[in-house]
Write a protein that binds this ligand. Structure first.
Ligand code: XMP
Length: 529
């Protein structure tokens, strides 16, 4: 395994992410762990992270001496390069400003780390890398035994290596995706240089995570809010694997879920996993509070607030129940949520989070927080879900907003509308899942990032048989996106659209017109509200 020492960079977790993508296990620990810790950890290599401090002189964080005594390969990244330089006898010049940006780095000579790794070559045959670089502080003299590995015009020592000791350092950030060859470089380090096999898989993680949860929770009881989404489902399955009946899931059904979703969640968790789930049917209550409300943000607030109320009431009962009562609240917080709440956040991100993670609840309920997915990225959560035996259809589900159909029924929410929408949407999703694109061999459900149906509370005229109809309209929405910040509408095949439209109009009495949304984000958003 690899040890990553964290000097406080915002992106340290990304180093871990990239290392694990190379199927090598790693752990992140603070830079000031003891020498004894380093010795007993048994790392095959150590990576020193960057730091949040804006300049090198602002603090004097160092790696424990045991790092240099351990004899294992060391990779220093950004601040990690500075501390390596200083600790091994080189020089760093501090600067008062620092820029973070795109750069082209020239690779010098053939080091084990960069051999054969390049984005393009200069006309005179030098390998070049496109990287994300921190300018500012600079290494001005390499420690003894080091040779130059990379440079840019503004940063002459942008990378250095002591190949005898297998010490490497780069000024740029290989862990961010803007550094095109970053993953290749980190893989080279952990696999070829450190000699890790690359056989770490989620199955092993399950055992570790299970052991950790058992140790954390002991014989105490845990409550978890199950939504049917990927994160809370995987968290529930994992915790259930660890502590069985000490876990109680509370599934708040606000009546604005997809068709049969409530039943599917219960079948999966109670029927198959034999977990304890309290299914709270609060649809009347939610619809009651939404009556007469048509403003999207107000609808969101009401749904969010009611959700917390209902959950609190149930959790309160569980807390008091039995001899012991629940002591823990589990949440499916995943690593991007952690970054979002800590780092730069958009207004939208905050709104989204407040729905997902029942914010502030643990304190209000006096419960301890259990977040077993905190270190994992979405695709790791999905892999973990599969390793825990959850079906692919659940693990690879498109995202579904917390307020559910509440924001997919434009304007005032009514039960009648929700029922029509659920049925139309189920047809659309079923056809997407059943239609394979011959070019890729994938289904259109897989080829789209999010697809759903929107209910428009307007009526239009149609003709069916000999009769005139005057019924509602739905819009189909399907987008492709990598980050949900921008999105393109999906170019679904006409034949697929035709089939979906035909089925909806024939099978869902009350809808006589289907449209397809051809707006991209921006300027439109993915959801209609
Ligand atoms: P927009 O519509 O802003 O959506 O382009 C981007 C992503 O966020 C989801 N979304 C929400 N998720 N609560 C949620 O949990 C919300 O209020 C909410 N609004 C939008 C949307 O489904 C898409 O994936």
């Amino acid at each position: 395994k690899i040890l990553i020492l964290d000097f406080g960079s915002q992106v340290t977790q990304l180093i871990a992410r990239r290392v694990r993508e190379a199927h090598v296990f790693c752990e992140v620990h603070p830079n000031d762990v003891s020498d004894e810790f380093i010795r007993s950890f048994g790392a095959k290599a150590i990576i020193l992270s960057g730091s949040h401090a804006s300049t090198y002189e602002e603090h004097d964080l160092r790696a424990p001496q045991a790092v240099w005594d351990s004899g294992v390969p060391v990779l220093g990244i950004c601040y990690g390069m500075f501390t390596m330089t200083v600790q091994l006898g080189g020089q760093v010049e501090a600067s008062t400003h620092r820029e973070f940006g795109y750069a082209e780095v020239r690779a010098h000579g053939h080091t084990e780390l960069l051999k054969g790794i390049e984005d393009f070559a200069t006309p005179d045959g030098h390998g070049m890398l496109k990287v994300w670089m921190s300018h500012g502080d600079k290494v001005t003299a390499m420690p003894p035994g080091f040779k130059l590995m990379a440079s840019t015009p503004s940063c002459p020592i942008a990378g250095m290596a002591n190949e005898e000791k297998h010490y490497y350092a780069v000024q740029f950030h290989p862990e961010v995706t803007h550094t095109v060859q970053g993953a290749a470089l980190l893989t080279r380090f952990v696999r070829d240089i450190a000699g890790c096999k690359g056989d770490w898989i989620m199955g092993d993680y399950v055992n570790e995570a299970v052991a950790r949860i058992r140790e954390q929770v002991g014989d105490e009881e845990v409550i978890l809010g199950l939504s049917g989404g990927v994160d809370s489902s995987v968290a529930a399955a994992l915790i259930h694997r660890a502590i069985g009946d000490q876990l109680t899931c509370v599934f708040v059904d606000h009546g604005l879920l997809r068709l049969n979703e409530g039943q599917m969640v219960m079948d999966m968790f109670v029927g198959q996993l034999h977990a304890k789930v309290i299914h709270v049917d609060a649809s009347e209550q939610f619809l009651g509070h939404l009556k007469g409300v048509s403003d999207p943000e107000q609808k969101r607030k009401i749904i969010g607030r009611e959700f917390v109320e209902v959950f609190k009431a149930e959790a309160g009962k569980l807390k008091g129940a039995g001899a012991k009562g629940a002591k823990w609240l589990a949440q499916g917080t995943i690593y991007p949520d952690v970054i979002e709440s800590g780092g730069a956040k958009t207004k939208k991100a905050v709104t989204i989070k407040s729905h997902h993670n029942v914010g502030g609840l643990p304190e209000q309920l006096g419960l301890k927080l259990l977040e077993p997915l905190r270190e994992l990225f979405k695709d790791e959560v999905r892999e973990l879900g599969l390793a825990l035996g959850l079906p692919e259809a659940m693990v690879y589900r498109h995202p579904f907003p917390g307020p559910g159909l509440g924001v997919r029924i434009l304007g005032e929410v009514k039960k009648e509308y929700a029922t029509l929408l659920q049925r139309a949407d189920a047809i659309f999703i079923e056809e997407l899942r059943n239609t394979i694109d011959p070019a890729t061999g994938k289904t259109w459900y897989q080829l789209t990032s999010q697809a759903f149906t929107v209910f428009l509370p307007v009526k239009s005229v149609g003709v069916m048989g000999d009769g005139r109809t005057y019924d509602y309209v739905v819009a189909l929405r399907a987008v492709q996106t990598s980050d949900f910040m921008t999105a393109d509408w999906a170019e679904l095949p006409y034949a697929l659209l035709k089939k979906v439209s035909g089925r909806i109009i024939n099978e869902v009495r009350g809808i006589n017109r289907v449209t397809y949304d051809v707006s991209s984000k921006p300027p439109a958003t993915i959801e209609w509200e």
